[in-house]
Design a protein around this ligand. Structure first.
Ligand SMILES: [Zn+2]
Length: 290
């Protein structure tokens, strides 16, 4: 009887162990086959994070991230281009029609509408076809001279004292203006990079100045004691379009031109465009983007 009972107990015991084994296997299968939250709940670890951490060690191109030297990233940051300090033009002008023109870009059709700014440097090979010398070492593209002279004659007839302070500039001249401005800012205690950034606010980067076209003039008063420059500018603002000129960098268009208010800078665009631009109240960037 005792033996019988003992045998029965052993059988029960074996059956219980078997059942426990089956249950354990079943739980494990369920856990492995189950979703990530089940594994997470069982292990208490975030599997997804572990996986992504592992894949992060290797870049998509197969190069181990650790190989990249520390210096290369900081050097890249240092040589990164300095962001433009002035407002960038928002309107994109169409590509100039130079494809079909293989000659001097200054003689291409629409020569007086050529757009030159930070985004549009002077085309390679641009050469003013012919200069007209003015007083005070100034010179302009001969094609704008008759209208410029007429404008000055009419101003003088009204008692104004207009005076050209700047006209055509060569690339070298523009560079020396830039160098001088940078030097001035450095002398004031600015670092070289700060001095460059400040200078570029006031002087166009060589190759991006309209003065290099010979189509622009800076006009002031020839006698500031007798006449404020603003009196000259006021007349020009009202009348310059009649002679084919526009005030190129108005105060309310600095976000479009990227250039500070320059009431003295006038650009020749021809009488037709000057009239239209004045009527529409647009600058050259906007006029060409219509
Ligand atoms: Zn100017």
């Amino acid at each position: 009887m005792y033996r019988e009972t003992r045998k029965a107990w052993r059988r029960r015991q074996k059956r219980r162990q078997m059942l426990q084994g089956i249950l354990t296997v079943a739980v494990l299968v369920a856990a492995v086959a189950g979703s990530v939250p089940v594994i997470n709940a069982l292990t208490g670890r975030d599997v997804v994070a572990l996986v992504s951490e592992q894949s992060k060690k290797e870049r998509p191109d197969g190069i181990m991230a650790d190989i990249l030297p520390e210096e290369s990233s900081s050097a890249a940051a240092e040589t990164a281009p300095v962001p433009e300090t002035t407002a960038a033009p928002e309107t994109e002008a169409p590509e100039p029609e130079t494809e079909a023109w293989s000659g001097n870009p200054a003689e291409a059709p629409g020569w007086n509408l050529i757009l030159v700014n930070r985004k549009h440097p002077i085309p390679e090979g641009y050469q003013v076809p012919e200069f007209t010398e003015l007083r005070n070492d100034n010179r302009v593209d001969s094609r704008i001279y008759p209208d410029l002279q007429e404008m000055f004659d009419d101003m003088r007839a009204e008692g104004l004292i207009p005076y050209i302070t700047s006209s055509y500039r060569s690339g070298e001249k523009q560079q020396s203006l830039m160098d001088q401005k940078i030097e001035d800012y450095e002398a004031e205690g600015n670092s070289h990079s700060d001095a460059v950034a400040l200078a570029e606010k006031w002087v166009a980067i060589p190759g991006t100045s309209e003065h290099q076209l010979g189509l622009s003039v800076d006009i002031s008063s020839g006698d500031k004691e007798k006449q404020e420059p603003s009196i000259v500018w006021e007349w020009l603002n009202r009348n310059c379009w009649k002679y084919g000129f526009v005030q190129r960098y108005p105060e309310d268009k600095t976000d479009v031109t990227g250039i500070i208010d320059e009431p003295w800078h006038y650009r020749y665009v021809g009488k037709e465009a000057a009239k239209e631009m004045t009527e529409l109240g647009v600058v050259l960037e906007e006029y060409l983007a219509r």
